[in-house]
Design a protein around this ligand. Structure first.
Ligand code: ADP
Ligand code: MG
Length: 387
């Protein structure tokens, strides 16, 4: 893949549309966390410093499901975006053109045609704004074939913003068929469907795969290990077996928890540490145990590169958060290893324990997009950026 590059010449005197990911948490019309706005400011500033004719900003926010939901109007984003950009921004309630140089348009996901990439919506954006170029900076939406992401394909040249450039630079080295010695993948969370493709890839090229979270349960069952009444995904058992077979065939160490923290239900603080094999009856697994923590930490410390996605347990509950915290602290303290992490809930753990992103080599802005990219899938939002 060779991508186009954003340069001053590309922008000068042009009508520019940029698709960012300003999907920030909103409450009573206030932005509760401005991280996603801040992350695209370098690209927005670069555009403005190079004299575009107009700059039109497109984003989604929340889950309005094709309807107008005033609570998640992008009008709420104007004050913070103006503050970080140091410029006035005109709010546009639709895709029509205003009169100012910088215009932020209403939530893309207010349109029923957005998610299904209705060609009429792409055409509407094009006809109204009459752009010369399209820039995409929202890595987190690049795996979505939606109107505001790919609707201008073939109509105008499309360029990656700096956020995308950074992601490509950090994640591309893993798109290889060759064995990468010293590479350890720590993976947890839920939803096998979203993680199996990336596991298939790393079962070939990584040295170690360490599994935790609800994900591990499905692998345990696939191996015939009892997990009591813990949650697992029946329809993913074949995929779990396949991943373990690939790992075996490629000499990849594939590790599952040796012990667990169990309780009768997720609200219970009456927890016990139970060795794997002894998780029987109505016991439910909600975190990894201390032996697993020590073993995984040992592997991580001997790795030259670590990729982490997905919590080790139910980090939302104090009594089941320890495994995730220990893994986070271990990765943070790795001295010379390259460390990469991503995932919505994985990033929440940084906030929860007050760890700065600067402690890691790369913190991806995409959850699903990162997993799909690392699995070797062509992201729709990337396809349009190729030279
Ligand atoms: P990410 O967003 O980082 O990719 P996921 O969305 O895959 O992570 O998974 C995060 C969720 O997994 C969390 O809400 C956490 O509570 C849940 N989880 C982790 N381990 C378990 C478990 N053993 N049982 C139930 N839920 C779990
Ligand atoms: Mg998640």
């Amino acid at each position: 893949m060779k991508f186009r590059k954003l340069t001053p010449e590309v922008i000068k005197d042009k009508v520019v549309i940029i698709r960012v990911d300003f999907n920030v948490p909103l409450k009573d019309g206030k932005v509760m966390d401005t991280t996603r706005i801040e992350e695209s400011i370098p690209t927005l500033k670069f555009i403005l410093e190079n004299n575009p004719k107009e700059l039109h900003i497109l984003t989604h926010a929340g889950r309005p499901k094709g309807q107008v939901v005033p609570e998640v109007s992008t009008a709420h984003l104007i004050p913070d975006t103006e503050k970080y950009l140091g410029e006035k921004i005109e709010f546009r309630p639709d895709y029509s053109k205003g009169t100012s140089k910088i215009q932020l348009h209403e939530n893309c996901r207010f349109y029923p045609g957005e998610k299904k990439n209705d060609p009429a919506l792409g055409q509407e954006i094009f006809d109204n704004i009459q752009p010369d170029i399209f820039i995409i900076d929202g890595f987190a939406v690049c795996h979505r074939a939606q109107a505001s992401v790919i609707g201008l394909e073939g109509k105008v040249p499309c360029y990656p913003g700096f956020l995308i450039e950074k992601e490509i630079e950090a994640l591309s080295p893993f798109l290889t068929d060759k064995k990468l010695p010293g590479l350890t993948i720590l993976i947890g969370g839920l939803k096998m469907e979203t993680k199996v493709p990336v596991l298939r890839h790393f079962a070939k090229v990584a040295e170690n795969i360490l599994v935790g979270g609800g994900l591990a349960n499905t692998f345990q069952v696939a191996k015939g290990v009892s997990i009591g009444e813990s949650l697992y995904e029946e329809e993913e058992l074949a995929a779990a077996k396949e991943v373990m077979d690939i790992a075996k065939a490629n000499n990849t160490n594939f590790l599952l928890p040796e012990d667990t923290i169990c309780a009768g239900d997720i609200e219970s603080t009456d927890t016990e540490e139970v060795a794997i094999g002894e998780v029987t009856g109505n016991k439910k697994i909600f975190d990894i145990g201390s032996q697993t923590i020590n073993h995984y930490a040992e592997v991580l410390k001997n790795s030259s590169t670590v990729i982490w996605n997905g919590p080790m347990g139910v980090l939302e509950k104090e009594q089941f958060a320890n495994g995730t915290k220990e893994m986070l602290m271990t990765i943070k303290d790795l001295k010379s290893a390259k460390t990469i992490l991503g995932g919505g809930d994985t990033l929440k753990s940084l906030k929860k324990w007050n760890i700065s992103k600067s402690e890691f080599s790369h913190v991806s802005t995409g959850g699903g997009a990162m997993l799909e990219f690392l699995a070797g899938n062509e992201l729709p939002g990337f396809k349009i950026l190729e030279e």
